[in-house]
Each structure stands twice: as structure tokens, then as C-alpha cells.
Design a protein around this ligand. Structure first.
Ligand SMILES: Nc1ncnc2c1ncn2[C@@H]1O[C@H](COP(=O)(O)OP(=O)(O)OP(=O)(O)O)[C@@H](O)[C@H]1O
Ligand SMILES: [Mg+2]
Length: 239
């Protein structure tokens, strides 16, 4: 379980997260929606400890992310993160890109790393692309490679930050299909997205961020069909 309690995040004078409370249960899919600058990406960065916080607490299965006593590298291995764009190593093949962390971080042998990487690349439909260089992949295939790379580390949680927003419309579907498959398999996921139809379909709950706070949170039916707050309704109408 991910537990976020009264989290405040400031970049210098800029107060970006203003007391966020949220828990995400094992197996749950939570979508974060909200306008540009509302703090969604920052929230994800704080969850996996890429950013520090000024107040509050984030715990992952009881381990406090921002505590000095926590081995952050170890904790991060349990959290896969996929961004809008991932700069794969251009001089490494798809297979090598996915095996890299398995070998360097987890210390797996070449054979074992390849076995795991091939399994995950097959899982996301890239079995035919093992020996190809990333520049030869479509945008959607690159994003699926990034997902396979994260999955190869066998994370307990997956965080997605607008993974389809840099893609041509016809490539969005294949990436969303991959995420849909993961949610069906029971992966615990936090998904920042502008794809409202997708969010509605896969999310157990949806959190609407506004000005650094969760302005409204509820089941996807609640948020999309029956938002309580006028700002939520206005946001949904605008997009
Ligand atoms: N490293 C940083 N240093 C300073 N300010 C930052 C930094 N990262 C983000 N911010 C600021 O924090 C605020 C929240 O940004 P954030 O990226 O979390 O928004 P977002 O909800 O993800 O927006 P979008 O939908 O556009 O991706 C913005 O005002 C942004 O300029
Ligand atoms: Mg963002």
C-alpha cells in the first residue's frame, strides 16, 4: 500500500503540493487528472523519492520514502516508473536496453537477464524487436519497451506519467492496451493521464488535482458521471 499523508512540496518559494492525502491499495488502479501545473508529476516524483518533501509522509508498504533510514535504491526497485518519453540508450539494442538494469542493478547473469527481458518484451508484444535499435521503433513500441524495462525489475507498483501524450493518435491504443492488460493482471498502478476514456475504464478511483491539492476523489463513475465540485465538472468539460 502507498500511503501519502499531508504532503507538502515546495520548489523554493513555489508551493506545489499543499497537503496531499491519499492511499493506494494493493491491486488498485488510481488515475490522477487535473490541469497543467496542478502537481501530478511532482506527486509521482515524490512517491518514488526522486524529489524530497518539506512536510508530511509517504510510506510504501510501511517504509517511509523520505526517511534517512530507508534504503531508497532498494525501495525504488519496487516501483516502476514510465514517463512521457524515455531516452533509451541509442547504441544498445532493445534487448540490451531492457537487460541493462537487471545486470547492473540486480546483478543478474547475462542469461538470466535475457530470459527475463525476453519474457517481458514478449508480454508487451515486442518479441520480434529484440535485436533492433530503439531509433527503429515507433513511438508506441518505444513506450512499450519502456514498460517492459520497468516490468523486468518485477516492481510491486507502476507509476505512469502521461505515457501516451507524445504519441501519434494511432499509436496511443497499443500502449493503453498494454496498461489495460497490466491492470487486469492486478498490478497496482498510479496513472497520470489526459486520456479520460481510458481513465474512466481502468481506474478504480480517480483523483482530480487542482492547485496542489486533491480537489476531489472518487470512483471513476462518481468523478466522471457525477462530480460533486464545480471545478471538477469544469475541468472535465474543458478537455
Ligand atoms: N524541478 C522543478 N523546479 C521548479 N519548479 C518545478 C519543478 N518541477 C515542477 N515545477 C513546478 O511545479 C508545478 C507543478 O508541476 P507538475 O509538473 O507537477 O504539474 P503537472 O500537474 O504534472 O502538469 P502537466 O499536466 O502540465 O504535466 C509547476 O508550476 C511547475 O512549474
Ligand atoms: Mg506532468
Amino acid at each position: 500500500m502507498i500511503a501519502i499523508e499531508n504532503v507538502h512540496k515546495q520548489f523554493g518559494p513555489l508551493h506545489v503540493l499543499k497537503g496531499v492525502d491519499l492511499t493506494v491499495q494493493k491491486g488498485e488502479v488510481l488515475s490522477m487528472i487535473g490541469g497543467s501545473g496542478s502537481g501530478k508529476s511532482t506527486m509521482l516524483m515524490c512517491i518514488n523519492g526522486l524529489e524530497g518533501i518539506q512536510q508530511g509522509r509517504i510510506t510504501i508498504d510501511g517504509l517511509e520514502v523520505h526517511s534517512k533510514a530507508t534504503d531508497l535504491n532498494k525501495l525504488r526497485r519496487r516501483i516502476g516508473i514510465v514517463f512521457q518519453q524515455w531516452n533509451a540508450f541509442p547504441h544498445l539494442t532493445v534487448l540490451e536496453n531492457v537487460t541493462l538494469a537487471l545486470r547492473k542493478v540486480l546483478g543478474k547473469s547475462k542469461d538470466e537477464a535475457e530470459m527475463i527481458a525476453i519474457e517481458q518484451l514478449s508480454h508487451v508484444g515486442l518479441k520480434e524487436k529484440l535485436a533492433v535499435f530503439p531509433s527503429r521503433l515507433s513511438g508506441g513500441q518505444q513506450q512499450r519497451m519502456a514498460i517492459a524495462r520497468a516490468l523486468a525489475m518485477s516492481p510491486d507498483y507502476m507509476l505512469f506519467d502521461e505515457v501516451t501524450s507524445a504519441l501519434d493518435p494511432q499509436l496511443v491504443g497499443e500502449v493503453l492496451d498494454t496498461m489495460r492488460m497490466l491492470s487486469k493482471e492486478g498490478m497496482t498502478m498510479i496513472v497520470v493521464t489526459h486520456e479520460m476514456r481510458f481513465a474512466r475504464e481502468v481506474s478504480d478511483r480517480v483523483a482530480f488535482f487542482r492547485e496542489g491539492r486533491i480537489h476531489e476523489i472518487g470512483s471513476s463513475e462518481q468523478i466522471f458521471d457525477n462530480p460533486e465540485k464545480p471545478e471538477t465538472a469544469a475541468f472535465l468539460k474543458s478537455i
